[in-house]
Design a protein around this ligand. Structure first.
Ligand code: H2B
Length: 112
């Protein structure tokens, strides 16, 4: 399988398929630091990143924002002192699409 970080988000419309249980099991192995959470009945990918101070946290937030614009896929970002919470899901399908796993992997890459 092509590494997630080498893939690009595809245009996704309402009605596009959510990842199956089987696909989820395979994909989550490639982003082991992420957890699947269900919020308002919507499956999401979430990870908390830790930093030394606010400046580093906001700089990372902006890097994630730039990547999101390039992919045309957008996360929820919460920036706090020393901490950024990133949550990915696909609004149009109210759940998880392959795009969310691609972006989660790319977010990890920006942290390294
Ligand atoms: C018009 C544009 O294609 C959409 O609004 C995009 C933009 N970013 C998005 N981001 C996410 N996470 N889910 C979406 O469904 C989505 N849709």
């Amino acid at each position: 399988m092509t590494e997630l970080t080498r893939q690009q988000c595809e245009a996704c419309q309402a009605g596009a398929p959510k990842v199956s249980e089987e696909e989820l099991a395979t994909l989550i192995k490639q982003i082991p630091d992420w957890v699947v959470e269900v919020k308002n009945n919507i499956m999401q990918l979430k990870r908390i990143y830790k930093f030394k101070n606010f400046a580093e946290a906001i700089a990372f937030t902006n890097r994630v924002g730039d990547m999101a614009e390039a992919e045309n896929h957008h996360p929820a970002l919460t920036t706090e002192w020393g901490k950024v919470t990133v949550t990915w899901w696909t609004h149009k399908i109210k759940g998880l699409h392959k795009n969310d796993f691609i972006c989660a992997a790319k977010t990890d890459e920006l942290f390294r």
